[in-house]
Design a protein around this ligand. Sequence first.
Ligand SMILES: [Zn+2]
Length: 337
Amino acid sequence: MSKEISVHWLCQACRRVPAAEEVRDDDPLEPYRLCHECANRLRYRALRPIEWFNLAALHGWTKFLLHDDFYDQDGQACQPDVDNYVTEENHAPTLEMCAGSLERLIDYCITRWHLGKEEFEAFKPFVASKVLAAIVDRANADNRHVWETMVRLCANVVGVPAAPWVSAQSDRACRDGSLFIWAEAAAKCLAAPEGLHKTIDALRVFHGRDLQKQMSALSWFRAPAVLDWIEINVPREDVAAVWGQLASLSNLDWSRVQSWLASGRPLSLVALDALASCIPRQGQARILTILNPKLEGCGDRSTIGHALRTYEAKDSAPRVATKCSFIIQHLDELRTE
Ligand SMILES: [Zn+2]
């Protein structure tokens, strides 16, 4: 689906010649404005890397025609539907090439599949107020992927000066299903306990599996108050491992684990999953590898082993035996503080 345009926009992909048409195939509300040549390359999944970069910087890379089945993170087409796909002298810029310009650096971040320390540190030469102004300006474009990237930059680059803007974004985060992304910024930019309280309020509308999906937003706060929230909200049955995962990320201490084991199900199951989350292993949720949860207040691991054997003797469920056996086998690897 496309239509000719009459106003004079520059082609969003090559940024060299005027746009001649709007391509609305994957997002009618936010069309690509392109010259005919770039529009054809977009349709044939054969954009040149710099063209993909320029488009992804405006639209995000999660839209269908730009997504990661069709292009790698550097804009190279993976399955171009043309015979003569050529990329010479049309490479996407590297982080180093973007680092001298705040606008280009933000472009670069929007195009990344994952953001990390290297990207965040590249903002250090820029004044925080200017970074924040540029972020707010980009977020106004009303593109969800771009907005989420801007929130992540507030969390990891701007910090406290971004508090008023981050606070004002909570409704949008709920509306767009981006509570997890927003909560990181809330935890890092807002004065405690505002971010935690707003996140807990936002979770009130969710129940059952929906609550389990959304509640990981609380992980960013690393707060014992989340343990109290778990005690109130954990279901009586079918306790998924994510409850323990969240507990492990909330400054869990040994006295709380003992109390949960003594209280029996469901909190005893949460305690076992929480201890298992403190043991690094392949295939763990990404949030655990980022935040590296530790059990506090228990210097002697043999105490943990003894408590688990005692609990296991009272609860014969296969899930309990499997989990206790795993934790006991890997006690030396269990992170403590
Ligand atoms: Zn073009």
